[in-house]
Design a protein around this ligand. Structure first.
Ligand code: KG4
Ligand code: ZN
Length: 330
């Protein structure tokens, strides 16, 4: 089955063509306009999607070498995300479905991240553990099959990417903050400052990163200009990575899985990738960090999950609504 997949949940417009779980194209257009505002401005995001969705759809079809008449189904992100952004993608999906008499599969954005480890590794065993870490989400999942998963824990306050972004802002670095901190941390001492590890010793698989941001703020105030930025970056990054890795490894052990994957924008972090890899090697676990265009918000993962579930799921009626929030186990 050839699927045209559309993703517009946040600040990336992406369209992909997926044939029988194989990605033929995956075009992503990001929105640098938000960088000037220090965060995503929802109204600007929807306007950028409106501007980009037509050309990106054409580009995805052209790169895949298929015409719209070759497409057999549409997959689209229906939530969670920004309501105005989601509406752009879902309305284009519904319009194409109506015009070309195609079935449409609404896909849950976070569920698509959960399964992106399987995109290039269809032989990855079930059950597995997936860590989804982005600017809006930080959760650990027990993945039992393409149809069933459980949420083991989530952040109780800030997402890990939000922590990177807020700390970057405190340091006067740019937005998004993760890449700046990742880069500067390489020249810093991760042990220089003992920043808090939220909920590290808690039995749950939940996270808390808001205390870290506050600790950095107080540290910078007390240092009164004498702080070494590289050390702050390295120490804050170590605090985030240590909690993410420790809890994910505990989940892998407790549920006795053989494989583990990460996804979401924060999975670009070099220390997170390296530490996950070495801890998985030590335990004999298979570790998958998808290539970056499958880690960030992308339509390939939306088409892939729709394809993987197509045998088990009926397409949706065209009156489905967008769902800006909520994630439940299935
Ligand atoms: O998944 P994503 O592109 O968008 C959503 O939030 O859905 O993730 C963006 C987040 C931002 O918070 C950004 O700071 C973070 O991913 N990020 C990183 C790195 N690259 C991006 N965080 C840490 N290290 C990085 N290298
Ligand atoms: Zn995402």
């Amino acid at each position: 089955m050839t699927i045209l997949a559309i993703e517009t949940s946040c600040d990336d417009t992406s369209v992909a063509v997926v044939r029988d779980r194989e990605v033929l194209s995956n075009v992503i257009s990001s929105q640098p306009i938000h960088n000037d505002w220090g965060g995503i401005v929802p109204e600007l995001a929807s306007r950028e999607h409106v501007r980009a969705i037509g050309p990106i759809t054409h580009a995805a079809l052209a790169q895949a070498g298929v015409g719209i008449e070759d497409v057999q189904a549409i997959a689209v992100t229906s939530g969670p995300g920004l309501a105005g952004s989601l509406l752009v993608g879902t309305h284009v999906a519904k319009g194409l479905a109506l015009r070309h008499q195609l079935p449409v599969y609404p896909v849950h954005h976070i569920e698509a991240h959960v399964y992106s480890g399987y995109l290039e590794h269809s032989d990855l065993p079930f059950p597995s553990i997936a860590l989804v870490v982005s600017g809006g989400h930080t959760s650990i999942f027990l993945v039992r099959s393409y149809e069933h998963f459980e949420i083991l824990g989530s952040t109780r306050d800030d997402a890990a990417g939000e922590a990177f972004d807020k700390i970057s802002k405190l340091l006067g670095l740019g937005y998004p903050g993760g890449p700046h901190i990742d880069r500067l941390a390489r020249d810093g001492d991760p042990e220089a400052i003992a920043f808090p590890r939220g909920l590290l010793r808690d039995d749950s698989f939940d996270f808390s990163f808001s205390g870290l941001k506050t600790a950095v703020r107080y540290y910078l105030r007390d240092a009164a200009g004498a702080a070494r930025i590289e050390d702050v970056c390295a120490s804050a990054q170590r605090a985030i990575v240590e909690v993410l890795v420790t809890k994910t490894m505990r989940a892998a052990e407790q549920f006795n899985v053989g494989a583990l994957s990460i996804a979401g924008g924060v999975s670009a972090n070099s220390e997170l990738r390296a530490t996950m890899q070495s801890e998985c090697d030590r335990r004999g676990l298979t570790f998958v960090a998808p290539r970056m265009d499958y880690c960030v918000d992308n339509a390939a993962m939306i088409g892939f999950l729709a394809a993987a579930r197509a045998g088990a799921a009926a397409p949706s009626a065209l009156d489905f609504m967008v769902n800006p929030k909520a994630l439940r186990a299935r």
